[in-house]
Design a protein around this ligand. Structure first.
Ligand SMILES: [Ca+2]
Length: 206
């Protein structure tokens, strides 16, 4: 039969319980709360997406000033054939192809080797694949572009391809496929491409 703990032993174990309770309350719970707000709270997540889309929007405006036109997707010069992205099909695939168009026209990696080309204009900083590669040791916490198969894509802070459509100039209202007379730019938000209610778009509800 073991001897009962002395009052000093009970006091010491009580101190440890109290100490761990304090650590749990003062360190772990705030850490958990902070990460929930940072990564899971819809408001924070949507703000991140809006800021990123605003960067892309500004890059598109700068591109138009230099080139007189927004990047087209799909492109009439290529027979309106959308770039094929593995894993996407149907109407959404055309919009997803816009993520490849945005990459090629805004990142400065026009020849699509993953690096910014010499002398090429960068319309959106750190959009090229190399800048987002862990191999360079300075990749952002939230990747801005990825490679799927052989296709480079601009991705939103949730990791989904940014959707982009732009009609050729001269389209009438009847011919137009976009909501805007300029371009449609959007994120599917929480990842459901079939539920427009979760999307973050550059057009209002209509
Ligand atoms: Ca390149």
């Amino acid at each position: 039969m073991s001897a009962p703990n002395s009052p000093s032993q009970n006091s010491a174990s009580g101190c440890w319980v109290w100490f761990f309770g304090l650590v749990l309350t003062c360190v772990f719970v705030p850490w958990l709360l902070l990460n929930w707000v940072k990564y899971a709270h819809p408001g924070y997540r949507n703000d991140q997406i809006r800021h990123f889309l605003a960067e892309i929007d500004a890059g598109l405006e700068a591109y138009r000033i230099d080139n007189g036109i927004y990047p087209l997707n799909p492109n009439p010069e290529k027979g309106f054939q959308a770039i094929s992205v593995p894993g996407y099909s149907g109407k959404d695939a055309v919009a997803v192809a816009g993520a490849a168009v945005l990459y090629q026209t805004l990142s400065g990696d026009y020849d699509l080797d993953g690096n910014v080309d010499d002398g090429e204009t960068v319309y959106v900083d750190r959009l090229d694949f190399w800048s987002n590669s862990e191999q360079n040791g300075r990749a952002p916490e939230v990747p801005r572009s990825v490679k799927i198969g052989s296709v480079y894509l601009v991705v939103d802070p949730q990791g989904n391809p940014v959707r982009y459509l732009s009609d050729p100039p001269g389209y009438t209202q009847e011919q137009r496929k976009t909501h805007n007379p300029t371009f449609d730019l959007w994120s599917i938000g929480d990842g459901n491409a079939d539920d427009p209610s979760s999307w973050i778009t550059n057009w209002g509800s209509d």
